[in-house]
Design a protein around this ligand. Structure first.
Ligand SMILES: [Zn+2]
Length: 459
């Protein structure tokens, strides 16, 4: 055997050993990409979204106090059309998707409701495929629209962007996801009454609370389809905002005390849902950056996620990066040659496609994940520069393949390191004094639960 052959053999052996080692390490952690989610993302169509928005605009007004008797104009006709579309999509679900018109009466309030009125949310529910999984995830937008005067139920109020864009996201997701399996139950909602005072979402949040749903996430989409601010001269369809409250609206005094002690004011469930949306959305969708808004909504504003926050649920709001106020809450008119009004022509459907895909990837990844780990704690008995974390496997849903420990510096906006373990405890060579930690459950395809922050445990 020549020296050269020997060397080649040795080299091949080393490479083989290297390959083996890499594979052993890699085999430990699950895959991070689900090909089927990527496929679903690819099925979201800008042309479908345009057709959906154009149809909603064709009802002339979808004001919550507009007619419910016409077949062609007003909120009544618009609701019936959304319901009929959902029923079309449901055909692909083998009976797993059901469609409801959830009606409720809103009492006269002397402000934006002059007399008692019946409203309705249109709801499509894709039942979870795993009976042991009781999680529910909601994606929503609001069907109602408005003109300049919020009480004007007659004038044209096309509401292409506010918020036919959000409802189009909900409908396109229902279409793409209806034929697929998710262990968790997915709920697609078009709310009514947002502009008059968040009536539809409040009705649903109260119902969810009363009926004791295990609601793990609400993705609210409102004003998500315009990428151009004429006022600022900014054209940007590569960034979108996701707003989240920092800490739960309904936190107790005891929880608030612990939060102040730990400095976890940036880690409420809604904030961590927003991070999840950023990480998952950016992993599956190209040319989009999710910008985390560290406040519950835009300055002094609120939306359909707010009533869910108030009931203690993780709920976030997606909105475009640069709003155009000439085409929002404005009568359709021309002034000095300038067009006002929320019209389809001012929308960017490629942008809306990407924003739909971010929602879809988030809902699909979470919907296929195991339940979150329970009793997540950080041991505090000894002073040490290491961090000991413990938790228990989720008591419901499928068995996780393992767990990711997420870690970030206290000043980082999102998780910058993660570790995979199969056990329900870990000791990390990083100090809890210098980092935030959270634990999420993962299956073999890398679908991950929402992260759970550890609470101090003395042992
Ligand atoms: Zn809106």
């Amino acid at each position: 055997m020549t020296y050269k052959t020997k060397f080649t053999r040795l080299l091949a052996l080393c490479m083989l050993a290297g390959l083996f080692l890499t594979q052993t390490v890699a085999a430990q952690a699950p895959a991070t990409h689900d090909e089927e989610i990527q496929k679903m993302v690819g099925e979201v169509s800008a042309e479908n979204l345009r057709a959906l928005v154009e149809k909603m605009v064709s009802f002339e007004t979808r004001h919550s106090l507009s007619t419910t008797t016409s077949k062609k104009v007003g909120i009544g006709a618009a609701r019936e059309w959304v319901k009929a579309e959902f029923e079309k999509y449901a055909k692909a679900s083998n009976g797993r998707m059901t469609v409801d018109m959830d009606r409720y009466t809103v009492k006269a309030d002397g402000r934006r409701i002059p007399q008692d009125v019946e409203m309705a949310n249109v709801v499509a529910t894709l039942k979870g495929s795993d009976p042991s999984d009781d999680r529910v995830i909601i994606v929503a937008g609001h069907l109602d629209s408005r003109a300049t005067d919020v009480m004007d139920a007659k004038s044209k109020a096309p509401g292409a962007n506010d918020d036919a864009s959000g409802v189009a996201i909900v409908m396109e997701m229902a279409r793409v996801m209806a034929s697929r399996q998710f262990p968790a139950t997915l709920v697609f909602v078009a709310f009514q009454g947002e502009e008059q005072g968040l009536y539809g979402s409040r009705h649903m949040a109260e119902r969810v609370k009363k009926e004791g749903w295990n609601l793990v996430a609400v993705l609210n989409n409102d004003i998500v389809g315009n990428s151009y601010s004429a006022e600022m001269g900014i054209h940007d369809n590569t960034r979108v905002r996701v707003f989240s409250e920092a800490t739960p609206s309904n936190e107790t005094e005891e929880q608030a005390r612990l939060r102040r002690t730990l400095g976890s004011e940036n880690d409420g469930p809604s904030r961590n849902l927003a991070r999840y949306m950023k990480i998952t959305g950016e992993a599956y969708v190209d040319q989009i950056e999710v910008v985390l808004g560290y406040r519950p909504d835009r300055f002094l504003r609120g939306g359909d996620h707010t009533p869910f926050n108030q009931q203690g649920y993780a709920a976030v709001r997606m909105s475009e990066m640069n709003e155009d106020f000439d085409h929002q809450h404005q009568d359709v008119r021309k002034e000095n040659g300038k067009q006002y009004g929320d019209l389809t022509e001012f929308m960017d459907f490629e942008y809306l496609r990407k924003n739909t895909a971010v929602n879809l990837a988030t809902m699909a990844n979470l919907g296929r994940a195991p339940h979150a780990p329970e009793k997540v704690g950080v041991l505090t008995a000894n002073l040490t520069n290491k961090t000991d974390l413990t938790w228990t496997a989720p008591s419901k849903g499928k068995k996780p393949a393992g767990y990711y420990i997420l870690m970030r510096e206290t000043s980082s906006q999102t998780w910058d390191k993660k570790f995979f373990v199969k056990d329900t405890k870990v000791t990390l060579p990083y100090s809890k004094d210098n980092y935030f930690f959270a634990v999420q459950a993962a299956d073999e395809l890398g679908h991950t639960s929402l992260p759970v922050l550890p609470v101090p445990v003395r042992q």
